[in-house]
Design a protein. Structure first.
Length: 366
């Protein structure tokens, strides 16, 4: 396998194709929207309204890149109506309540969005009388995490301590049920739907301003010249640049189109096996690339449980998909911090995103 990423090859699959993208106003969604637009896809985005005018979707003038439907995935009738009217060739489901700490504050809503929202998408897929490739994005946190040093593989037990992780594990069980009952690979010729799941690690990259995410919190402190406050400094996560899993999702979509029976399953996307950093190491790297800043460690007085160790085994994606990690953690942090520095200096967001994508493609072909 060549293990190379090619915009031209991906363009051959997605150019002119109808792509239904949920969560397009979010951080990952806006990056996905930009990438799909570069591939020449005909995109319909379905998501909640951006929270601020500084959101990445607004900064890239996302409404110029797609037909944008501002609605909730919990609105079953609206969602199904939009899917039916659009008649997509591909669906990428990114919409979610994506934050662990927020899930403690709104647990029921987190389950509604992440589980029922996914069911609503799949109910919309059921109504399609045509071929469609569906990639449903969950998370690396779907695994029953006993904080083992052994990276989790796709067939490991699912579970979740916090509401976010549990909701995503529930979504996976729901997807498996729908695949067994309505999109069984044995009956593919009758339903024509390929259903795959993508599980990605902690993503970083320019344009994320979410609360309670490490890099956005760090950048806010660096930009305001205030001390960075970190908690759980020893926690280890599979950090990766946002571009990495997005190209993985696109590659999975290609494979699903070619062989929906073989690739209608789950795939992990994360960094290489030994490329995992602690929270404190990420902060130290960020300060190095910002060229100023300081931090202190705050002992959390909250009772919120967050896993201190999580690693993914990505050998399945390496073996079966035309994908591999391109950036190491240090490069990912360097590109991310550089993005924010250039953004604050006045460089356009589209120019920054294009630069990162071009750099990624160059590195992937070395």
């Amino acid at each position: 396998m060549e293990n190379m990423v090619s915009l031209q090859r991906l363009e051959n699959t997605y150019k002119g194709k109808k792509v239904f993208l949920t969560g397009h106003t979010g951080f990952k969604g806006a990056w996905m929207l930009r990438t799909l637009s570069l591939l020449g896809a005909d995109i319909l985005g379905y998501a909640l309204e951006p929270k601020t005018s500084n959101d990445l979707f607004c900064l890239i003038e996302g409404e110029q890149l797609c037909k944008s439907v501002i609605a909730d995935v919990r609105d079953k009738k609206r969602l199904q109506s939009e899917i039916a009217a659009f008649q997509p060739d591909f669906i990428f489901h990114l919409a979610a309540q994506p934050l662990v700490r927020v899930s403690y504050e709104i647990p029921a809503e987190t389950f509604e969005v992440n589980v029922i929202g996914t069911a609503n998408v799949l109910d919309g897929v059921k109504l399609l009388q045509k071929k469609c490739s569906v990639v449903l994005i969950t998370t690396d946190k779907v695994y029953y995490n006993n904080e083992s040093l052994i990276p989790y593989r796709e067939n490991d037990r699912l579970g979740g301590h916090d509401p976010y992780s549990a909701s995503k594990a529930c979504a996976e069980m729901l997807i498996d049920s729908y695949r067994n009952c309505f999109f069984n690979t044995k009956d593919y010729d009758s339903h024509l739907k390929g259903i795959a799941v993508a599980r990605a690690g902690n993503v970083i990259g320019g344009g994320d301003w979410a609360k309670d995410r490490l890099i956005p919190d760090v950048v806010r402190s660096l930009q305001s010249d205030s001390e960075i406050v970190i908690r759980n400094q020893s926690s280890i996560r599979p950090w990766q640049h946002v571009i990495e899993p997005l190209f993985g999702y696109l590659e999975l979509g290609v494979k699903l189109l070619i062989d929906p029976i073989q690739f209608g399953q789950a795939f992990n996307f994360g960094p290489n096996k030994f490329d995992n950093l602690t929270v404190e190491e990420v902060v130290t790297e960020a300060i190095k690339y910002w060229e100023s800043g300081s931090y202190r460690i705050q002992q959390s007085i909250e009772n919120y449980h967050e896993a201190s160790l999580l690693k993914l085994d990505i050998s399945k994606a390496l073996l079966h998909l035309n994908w591999k990690p391109v950036f190491d953690s240090s490069t990912s942090i360097e590109r991310t911090i550089s993005w924010y520095k250039k953004f604050y200096s006045g460089i356009s967001v589209l120019e920054l995103m294009n630069s990162d994508i071009e750099f990624y493609l160059e590195k992937s072909n070395e």
